[in-house]
Design a protein around this ligand. Structure first.
Ligand code: EPU
Length: 337
């Protein structure tokens, strides 16, 4: 295992921010992680999956560990279901494609989400009416503090909207090693999310297969979301805020067409993308280098040579503006380092 000093992290974060790590290593097994963490006991640590949900606002004064724990295996199978154990370092989309090719259903709506399998439970990734927690069975994580490997199930992960125990009590305290999923061998599609049906109609498909749904999602994402390989970004920068019904009643008086989704218990989700677009930030470009994506206002982008702090400052300005104009405070989805 090589340990690099003053290593650039540019190719390890999808924002493409050129920050550096004092120390950097790529690991492929738990034994290597343990060795590394024991050796650099007193350094700050930053474990990295696909680097698709972080914003590096400064150089990292410590050890960055790129987790390349690979492997995919079937661990159990019945007539209706299959249980798959997948290494945390596998690319999420490659895992989805493997499932689609084998006709296992449950993750096709989450096609083309950037990032690694190990990072997926951290924030309970989701898209187009599907969420990781619906196909999640368990995971194994290493807890550096007591050098133990613990198993977490759906309940102990404490999943919420873009959240889990790993973003709360166990933030920075667990390294996910592998994830076990339970998928359906019966075609069990969920096309109820508006734009999927529209896209399938455009594709002239009336009896969709798992592959058709995956293709439709890929087409929708490619039409709206910037490809990190071309334009630096970390997907949705903000979460969609969940606010009391009363706030939305006021909002609708001024904007009768404001999209909103009742989530129960007197709470309503309002799309942050709509709020940001409505106050005029969508498509803004600053200094030819960074800005707000032109097709999806929820996504901040680095066109070239942007410092993480500049993206952070832009997000601060957006949050302040939305708070002032709507009385709604946006929260960041991306982890700020
Ligand atoms: N909208 C706008 N302007 C925009 C963007 C959205 O008015 O610039 C409106 C749309 O017209 C629609 C509503 O907001 O009425 C919802 O938009 P969309 O379906 O595009 O989804 P979203 O709520 O903006 C969420 C996820 C995405 C996920 C999509 C599709 C969050 C924070 N984001 O976005 O996830 O792909 O739904 O399911 O929940 C990600 O997490 O990185 C991500 C891309």
């Amino acid at each position: 295992m090589d340990i690099l000093k003053s290593a650039s992290l540019k190719s390890y974060n999808t924002f493409g921010i050129d920050a550096s790590a004092k120390l950097f290593a790529i690991v492929t097994s738990l034994a290597e992680i343990q060795e590394l963490y024991a050796h650099f006991k007193n350094e700050n640590k930053l474990p990295l999956g696909g680097g698709s949900n972080i914003l590096l606002t400064q150089n990292f004064d410590g050890l960055v560990t790129k987790l390349n724990l690979n492997g995919k295996e079937i661990v159990k199978e019945t007539e209706d279901h299959v249980w798959l154990k997948v290494g945390a370092g596998e690319a999420w989309h490659d895992f989805v494609i493997w499932c689609v090719e084998n006709n296992w259903s449950g993750v096709e709506n989450m096609s083309l989400i950037p990032g690694s399998v190990g990072a997926a439970p951290m924030q309970n990734i989701g898209a187009y009416g599907a969420e990781l927690k619906d196909v999640f069975k368990s995971l194994e994580a290493w807890l550096p503090e007591d050098n133990s490997v613990e198993v977490f199930d759906n309940k102990t992960c404490d999943f919420g909207y873009r959240s889990s125990i790993f973003k709360k009590q166990l933030k920075g305290k667990a390294i996910i090693l592998n994830v076990t999923f339970k998928l359906s061998k019966k075609q069990n599609l969920n096309t109820s999310y508006g734009s999927i049906e529209e896209e399938l109609a455009l594709m002239k498909i009336s009896n969709p297969t798992i592959k058709n749904v995956s293709d439709a999602v890929i087409r929708i994402r490619q039409s709206k979301l910037p490809n990190p390989a071309e334009i630096g970004n970390a997907g949705s920068f903000f979460k969609n805020p969940v606010v009391p019904t009363e706030t939305v009643v006021q909002l609708l008086k001024k904007y009768p067409n404001a999209p909103n989704y009742n989530v129960g218990e007197g709470l309503v989700k309002v799309p942050a993308g709509w709020l940001i677009e409505t106050v005029g930030w969508k498509g803004k470009v600053f200094d030819d280098r960074f800005g707000v994506h032109k097709k999806q206002a929820l996504v901040l982008v680095n066109y070239q040579n942007t410092k993480g702090q500049e993206i952070f400052d832009l997000s601060e300005n957006i949050i302040e503006d939305i708070t002032e104009k709507f009385g709604i405070t946006l929260e960041r989805e991306v982890n700020i380092i």
